[in-house]
Ligand binder design. Structure first.
Ligand code: SF4
Length: 211
């Protein structure tokens, strides 16, 4: 697989925030080609190029993993879906749990064992999630960006409700877009208070100034 970086840190976002994981950031993102709205605030622009990073053999990766949980992220990791599925199978046999973070535009390969935890973060303007990966989602992460913030609370609630309905039963995390700083985070918090079935996700790694 073509990989931009591999590092150990704490999961900074969502339900598993604070838990140590080995992060594997894959090269390539389909966001720019699809015209996703996240390209204007993406915090991993360095992962976009499909030819970025370098090729890693699976054995090399397996030797590098020392923690009980691995987070496969990107870019959009399902652009290399077969390699990710091979890695999941290899890590499961070593009792390592794999978390996958995807924008939801691509499906998980049919018939392959799924990761232990799938986080789908649907992106504007359509927020569509491919059916197969929606069925695997344990967590839906919705970015509370300036456009959502500009909506009335009713319209924003309706939009989030429509987004998360694609993955029934998944935990819902509302995450303020980082460039909005503390003011946007406070408004996102107020939004979540009105929806006790959701939770606020802050990017703990950015607050701590770690990777
Ligand atoms: S899908 Fe993710 S990596 Fe790609 S542009 Fe959007 S936020 Fe960035």
């Amino acid at each position: 697989m073509r990989i931009v970086e591999v590092f150990d840190s704490l999961q900074g976002e969502g339900v598993w925030a604070g838990v140590p994981m080995t992060f594997i950031r894959l090269a390539g993102c389909n966001g720019p080609q699809l015209g996703l709205g996240c390209v204007s605030w993406c915090d991993t622009v360095g992962s976009w190029a499909a030819g970025g990073g370098r090729l890693w053999e699976q054995e090399e990766l397996l030797c590098r993993v020392r923690l009980p949980r691995v987070c496969v992220t990107g870019g959009e990791p399902l652009l290399q879906a077969d390699g990710v599925a091979d890695l999941v199978a290899a890590l499961v046999s070593r009792r390592v749990k794999v978390h996958l973070e995807t924008n939801g535009t691509l499906d998980w390969p049919r018939g392959r064992a799924a990761p232990a935890w799938v986080t789908v973060s649907p992106k504007p303007p359509l927020y569509d999630v491919a059916t197969g990966v929606a069925g695997l989602a344990a967590e839906v992460k919705v970015i509370y960006d300036a456009e959502m913030d500009a909506m009335s609370p009713t319209a924003a609630s309706r939009l989030v409700g429509r987004i998360v309905a694609q993955a029934p039963g998944a935990a819902v995390c509302i995450q303020p877009e980082a460039s909005g700083g503390a003011p946007l985070a406070r408004r996102a918090a107020a939004f979540v208070v009105g929806h006790p079935e959701w939770r606020l996700s802050l990017q703990v790694h950015k607050i701590l100034g770690i990777r």
